[in-house]
Design a binder for this molecule. Sequence first.
Ligand code: GLN
Ligand code: ZN
Length: 747
Amino acid sequence: MSQIVGFPRIGENRELKRALESFWAGKISQNELEKVAKDLRAKHWAQQKELDYVCVNDFSFYDNVLDLAYALGAKPARFQHLSGLEGYFAMARGHKDGLACEMTKWFNTNYHFVVPELSSNDIYKVDASAIINQYKEAKALGYKPKISLIGIFTFVALSKITQGEFAEVFNAIKAAYFTLLDELARLDSSLLIEFSEPIFTRGVDERFYDLIKPTYDAIADKGIKAVVSTFFEHSNEASEILLESKIYGLGLDFIYGEKNKQILARLAKSDKVLLAGVIDGRNIWIADLESKLALLEEIATHIPKERIVISSSCSLLHTPYSKSAESKMDSEILSWLSFGLDKIEELLTLDTLFRAPNDSARSKLESNQALIATRKSSSKIHDSALKARLDSSIKTSRDEDFATRIKAQRSALAYPNLATTTIGSFPQTQEIRALRLGYKKGAISKEQYDEGIKAYIKDCIAFQEEIGLDVLVHGEPERNDMVEYFGEQMKGFVFSQNAWVQSYGSRCVKPPIIYGDVSRPKAMTIEWITYAQSLTKKLVKGMLTGPVTILNWSFVRDDVPRALVCKQIALGIADEIDDLQKAGIKIIQVDEAAFKEGYPLRAENIAEYERWALECFKIATANAESSTQIHTHMCYSEFNDIIRTIQALDADVISIETARSGNKLLKVFKEVGYKHEIGPGVYDIHSPRVPSVSELEAQIRALLEVLPKEQLWINPDCGLKTRKWEEVKPSLENLVKATKNVLGSLQ
Ligand code: GLN
Ligand code: ZN
């Protein structure tokens, strides 16, 4: 028996994305959108037909947490009067009657879900029709369906309770959830539902402790075959409770939750089935079938084979659809990759090998072992010079401490208090995108391209000088994406043509693939930064992406520890800093937008991540001389739990996203005695709104209530690439004016 937790829904060629965007633009009708969705489901089920069942309700028009909220009737008051897709998309994307619900990352993946808002004032009205219809669709096509549903504990834990006590809200949601299940239970006498409860990988929340068993007992009593699945880590605390309940089975991740093995002996004593997640659902490397078989045999020493269902470790939502469109990638590297459809193949082959090996499966195993062997020994992966460098002593911190450095910087760079700057990118215009694309496709010559980029940089510098910013940037016109730009220039990375994964709604990303040792053959940014610097006497800030962010936004090779890959990237960035300094650049920003995204789910693993992530950032920046100023930027506003690590990064200046959270965050910096300089974003770049001078002044004065002017920089809260020039120009003008006004009043 074999199964997957879920299938990627966006479509082989992102059909769902296109249909959604056409629908939102009013170009296609709801019927046409539904037709695309129905066809996609049918196509995706056909791909799963040899598995023991196909997944129903893993499909979504936007997000499956939102689907559940909507099915339960958990709509925020501002959208109560809306129904159908209008209400649904209002929650996801906003509406004239109210702001969208928040969106946040789904555990430690780059998928984002819509955060439900629950209140004790809500009156839930359940609508199971979407799930029921999909179930019937699958049945009509002759498939054996399994329903995928977000578990109630995960749902409630991820929701925002806007009013009322937890217990009250939980009981109301539970009643609605049970009504939904009652309607579903009518579909089949022993309906299989896989409840996704990844929240249990964080341990068991005290509030849930006594609720888990009775809730799942009650679900089983409805005649539902309930499987509770967790992924991305082990969930032993919850498994212990669930094994005492009446559920049908447990789904466990043996890739990212090896410690799940500890529960096997107890699971064996129960009568439950095990969905054994042994095929990696969120990375893209071919499985080593022999070692997977060994793992399954190990599991089978505890649990009879008939009770083991071989599964993906999580939904394949996090992997691309298929390799069929990859015509440009090095064919050897491509042969080491396994996308969604390949993973289904792997599951089927494993299942045969595990239970009743035949010749065809044996020959698949043989070719798989050959690929695994070539991947291990390939010269494409191993770089001996780099290995020697890693084995030698590496500089892991700057020569002098911050107090000494900042004196050197203040005297060498002579920037004022409340120095004004930006985070790096300026608006990405149609022309600049067309220029990059044309160059990539070969339609535009190198000379024309360089000319276009230089013209943009020149305008950027002229504008910044004109309005009087203190530290300038070149504007990043040459970068399509802050990770891709560096990945494309480093060895060890490949880029796919079609390996899209859903990030949120219709948004997909195509993460770089790190397949081998990473190194930087030559300078990556010097040409543009030095050109920008040649145009002005003011300081131009060099702009790099940090190693941890490059790692966290890529598909990373699985044959060496992530920490090692990160260290290799860090050495490349360190070399770039060397070159920037030699070229006369005095301020260098190393962006770590995704530093926080790599945090482990379980508290006990955090220290280890912080240790190496911190070390890598420090290696990347260690070459900076004392008088070279290192900036970093992080795009979030929750620093409470990581503030000590941020401090230990030892960046001379950090810019952060505070515009939307007021001074709360800054106080955290003050409380821990943060001495380094800080640029708390003074306005929110995520909105087109132009902040007024007086508003910015008030914001700056508020900052000064917490920290002294000597410690503060004034800047927007993130890069400006998604904004329009018409918004950016007046906003930055006002920012400079407001800063001058405040400075004037301080003297
Ligand atoms: N330097 C980058 C920019 O300005 C930083 C982007 C980010 O933080 N996400 O675009
Ligand atoms: Zn940012």
